[in-house]
Structure formats: structure tokens, C-alpha cells
Design a protein around this ligand. Structure first.
Ligand SMILES: C[S@@+](CC[C@H](N)C(=O)[O-])C[C@H]1O[C@@H](n2cnc3c(N)ncnc32)[C@H](O)[C@@H]1O
Length: 220
């Protein structure tokens, strides 16, 4: 995919000393460097990819609750990656790895077609201004790429608190021929601090569940 427009702007947010240390010392242990080599579960477990893991709270909760699956969190924001690396070390989690790179490049170059049990896209940047809508992660090309990477029955699970982005996602995913509506996620989704703030502000949360047309997913 030729894609000069990015879905993020790298903020110059403060990296704490603990996050900085994690990026230097823990990335070699729990991180995967971007490359054109495909990744898979070393033990043949179902593989779940989370796009834009932020500070990583949801990712961590889900990975802890599902030791039977392997998880890869993708995030471009250094402090978030650092926090998640520290949490993985603290919890001694063996089923969660982190990639610090644009998730679209990761999907395209590091993920084999028809290999993922699920893709999680929780609260992607909403880019609310109309002139910025082209920066939104969910576009027809994203839906096609994500669907291609899911195995038959694999789940695309998105959530947003922006009603017009939810409608847009629903329309885009519904038009993708490889996807169909699903009733359940591969895992449930814990409520995050980010989401609670949205709820306090009265933002309705929309959950979008699609699956790659084919058999039902093997594990729940
Ligand atoms: C609004 S935050 C939500 C974070 C988290 N999922 C949550 O629910 O708290 C969106 C995150 O997606 C990340 N992001 C946006 N575009 C990305 C991309 N192309 N690749 C990787 N991460 C991306 C941003 O850096 C940001 O941390």
C-alpha cells in the first residue's frame, strides 16, 4: 500500500526515566524490531495483534486473562511502549510482545496472510475534523489488509467513543467482502482509564465486531 498519510503525529510527550530505561533495557527482551520478517507464535498459539496499544493497560489485562493466546501490541508512541514494557517485566508475562512501528507497515510486512486469530483496534485516534478524516486508520484499504491477515473466522474487534467514526467503521467493514458481522470478540475488552474518561464526558462507546468469513474462531 502506498500511503504517505499517517494516522498519527508523534507527540513530543515526556518520557519518564523508567520508560526510557525500559525502552533501552527491556525492548531487547520483550520487543520485536520492525523488519520484513514475518512473526508468528513460537508455540503455535492463536496470535492476536493490537493496533495502537497506547499506554498498554487493556493489552496487559487481556494478555494476563488469556495465557492460551499470544499477543503483539503495536504502538508508535515511545512513552506508551516504555510503560507496557515495564508492565510486562513486572507481571513476568510470557505471551505479550511489543513492536514500536507504524501498525500498517507491520501488518503488511510482518504478518503472514490468514494467520491472525484476532486484530484489536481500541479507540483509534478519531481525527474529528473533516479535513483530517483521511488520517483515520479505518479506510477501505485498511479493512482489506486486516481481513487478509485474519484466518478464517478470525475477529476484527474495534471500539470507539466517536459516533461518526463508529458509523464510518461500520460502513467500511460492512463493505469489505472478506468480513461479516460477528456476535462476540475473541476476548472480552476490559474498560480502560481512557474509556472511563470518555464515559464521564458522556461519549457513547460503540463496539464493532466483524469476522473473516469462514469457520468460527478456534478459541475464546
Ligand atoms: C487514542 S489512542 C488509544 C490508545 C489505547 N488503544 C486505549 O484505548 O487507551 C490511539 C493510539 O494509537 C496509536 N497509533 C495511531 N496510529 C498508529 C499507527 N499507524 N501505528 C501504531 N500506533 C498508532 C497512537 O500513538 C495512540 O497511542
Amino acid at each position: 500500500m502506498n500511503r504517505p498519510i499517517r494516522s498519527y503525529v508523534l507527540r513530543q510527550g515526556r518520557t519518564t526515566p523508567a520508560q526510557k530505561r525500559a525502552l533501552e533495557e527491556l525492548f531487547p527482551k520483550y520487543g520485536i524490531a520492525f523488519s520484513h520478517q514475518s512473526v508468528s507464535s513460537p508455540r503455535g498459539a492463536p496470535l492476536v495483534l493490537e493496533i495502537g496499544s497506547g499506554m498498554g493497560e487493556t493489552t496487559l489485562e487481556i494478555a494476563k486473562a488469556h495465557p492460551e493466546a499470544d499477543f503483539i501490541a503495536i504502538e508508535v508512541h515511545g512513552p506508551g511502549v516504555g510503560s507496557l514494557l515495564n508492565a510486562i517485566e513486572r507481571e513476568q508475562l510470557a505471551n505479550l510482545r511489543v513492536i514500536r512501528h507504524d501498525a500498517l507497515d507491520v501488518l503488511e510486512h510482518m504478518i503472514t496472510d490468514a494467520s491472525l486469530a484476532a486484530i484489536h483496534l481500541f479507540f483509534p485516534d478519531p481525527w474529528p475534523k473533516k479535513r483530517h478524516h483521511k488520517r483515520r486508520m479505518v479506510q477501505p484499504a485498511f479493512a482489506a489488509l486486516a481481513a487478509r491477515k485474519l484466518k478464517d473466522g478470525g475477529i476484527l474487534h474495534a471500539a470507539t467513543d466517536w459516533p461518526d467514526y463508529a458509523e464510518h467503521m461500520d460502513a467500511v467493514f460492512s463493505k469489505e467482502p472478506l468480513l461479516e458481522q460477528a456476535a462476540d470478540g475473541f476476548t472480552s475488552r476490559p474498560v480502560t482509564k481512557f474509556e472511563s474518561r470518555g464515559q464521564r464526558l458522556g461519549h457513547p462507546i460503540r463496539e464493532l465486531l466483524f469476522r473473516r468469513a469462514g469457520k468460527a474462531p478456534a478459541a475464546r
